[in-house]
Design a binder for this molecule. Structure first.
Ligand code: ATP
Ligand code: MG
Length: 461
């Protein structure tokens, strides 16, 4: 990747070029910026387009008139006008320059003079590039393209100052490590270590959005280890670094923290499931007991679910997410009783207690088996297969029971006064058809239907 790639090398979306021409005609500068440029260079899917402009919001609004399918103004106080064009979301923000008040939760924003100033205030060099529009020339004053090629995450200015100005950038660093598989520069790691306590001033909602992106990314374990290794996690998720305890002091088995990273990665990128993976064992440190027979963690799933509820609530997760994550944590050991032989009733209870979380619970249970012992892993997998097959078989059987016609053959023969024969089967098939159409039918209704059906065929009622 070259330092100064030309626009020809970049596959700039036609929409962006079109909009650039409109802004140029109106006498304004327009650039594609930030994540959009980074993702273009990486060849990643660019679904949202971010722009920076010399135009003020009122001017931007005017340029968009008649071109955009829709315009949005929620961010207009901060200089951002949103738009929708042919299904693509666009955000167009007036050049910025930031002024920070020491204890402010949100940075104060003022309009900047030019694109260079705007890029200088961005969080990482890989996010501090612009593409001039409509021309397509790459503007990269901080060597972002080279850093991207080398997979390095670094700040445009001194990280300690950047992180002190807006401490959220420290969590963003971990988010980008998880999403893009970039490696933080040494000074970035040191900057986070030095500034981690500043995170206190950041609004929880902003943190949560970054944690969510980290968790559903391709390499969550890398992002999580950065949070833990720099001590940043101590500030907002102390339950995670607390998992560094040894599972088994005698054999010094892998620690619970490493196991947790593995479980998160083995779960598919679904927020509820990965949050459950992240927190499923946080009850272990509190419940750990070392006895001559070994180490135990009695009821850690109950204690863990309680701790998770507290943590997720303080991170302001919506109740529905908190409830689902806690249910998964509470149930994550249930399957382990299965080897002792479950009755059909026990299987039904498992299905009922998991409710709509059944598939996630099965996935978490499977992901939780990170043993290196291949025999053990195979045994667990086979049991889980068996349980899932029984769940399916039971459901099928119960569905069939539920859609049986409301009368049986004997009742049909008695009512119609006919001997065994094809007519009985036809009558039952008819009742089943009606049942399928209309849902369950009572016995009385079924008799009325049967009478009418029999009359049509000249059978006595
Ligand atoms: P995504 O693909 O998740 O949208 P992104 O890089 O576009 O990733 P956004 O949060 O949408 O991330 O931010 C857009 C751009 O704004 C970033 O690329 C970066 O240039 C800048 N930016 C965002 N947040 C900050 C921040 N806290 N400090 C400095 N610059 C920021
Ligand atoms: Mg973005």
């Amino acid at each position: 990747m070259a330092d100064h790639a030309s626009g020809a090398a970049l596959d700039v979306p036609d929409l962006a070029i079109e909009l650039g021409a409109l802004f140029a005609d109106a006498g304004h500068e327009l650039y594609l910026v930030g994540g959009s440029v980074r993702d273009l260079l990486l060849g990643r899917d660019v679904s949202d387009l971010d722009f920076a402009t010399s135009a003020h919001p009122a001017e931007t609004t005017k340029v968009l008139h008649g071109w955009a399918d829709r315009r949005y103004f929620v961010g207009v106080r901060f200089g951002t006008v949103g738009a929708l064009k042919e299904g693509t979301r666009l955000e167009i923000t007036t050049f910025r320059q930031e002024v920070y008040a020491e204890q402010d939760r949100k940075p104060a924003v003022t309009f900047g003079r030019d694109i260079e100033t705007d890029l200088g205030r961005r969080d990482f060099t890989i996010n501090a590039m612009a593409v001039w529009l409509p021309g397509g020339e790459l503007i990269d004053p901080h060597g972002g393209a080279k850093a991207l090629g080398a997979r390095v995450l670094d700040t445009p200015t001194d990280p300690a100052i950047a992180f002190s100005d807006d401490p959220l950038r420290m969590i963003r660093a971990a988010r980008f490590v998880a999403q893009l598989d970039v490696v933080p520069a040494e000074r970035v790691i040191e900057g986070i270590r030095a500034m981690r306590d500043r995170l206190d001033i950041v609004a929880v909602e902003r943190m949560q959005a970054e944690i969510d992106k980290l968790l559903v990314a391709e390499h969550p374990a890398k992002g999580l280890s950065l949070l833990v290794d720099t001590g940043l996690a101590d500030v907002f998720l102390p339950e995670l670094p607390a998992l560094r305890l040894e599972q088994d002091p005698v054999h010094q088995h892998k620690d619970v923290l490493r196991h947790t990273y593995a479980v998160v990665e083995r779960c598919e990128p679904d927020l509820v499931l990965r949050l459950a993976g992240l927190l499923h064992d946080i009850g272990k440190p509190k419940t750990r007991q070392v006895t001559p027979e070994g180490v135990s963690f009695h009821h850690h799933e109950i204690v863990g679910a309680r701790m998770a509820r507290e943590r997720l609530t303080s991170l302001r997760y919506p109740n529905a997410i908190v409830d689902d994550v806690c249910t998964l944590i509470e149930l994550h050991l249930r399957f382990h009783g299965y080897g002792e032989g479950w009755t059909d009733a026990a299987v039904r209870r498992y299905v009922r207690d998991a409710g709509p979380l059944l598939d996630r619970l099965n996935q978490l249970t499977r992901a939780d088996v990170t043993t290196r012992n291949a025999d053990r892993a195979r045994r667990f997998a086979a049991l889980q297969d068996e349980l899932e097959e029984r769940i399916a078989a039971l459901a099928e059987q119960e569905n069939l029971e539920a859609i049986r016609p409301s009368l049986d053959g004997r009742q049909v023969m008695e009512r119609l006064g006919v001997p065994p024969g094809p007519v009985v089967g036809e009558a039952l098939a008819y009742l089943l058809d009606v049942r399928m159409e209309r849902g369950p039918i009572s016995e009385d209704e079924a008799f009325v239907l049967l009478d009418a059906w029999g009359k049509e065929r000249g059978l006595a009622g």
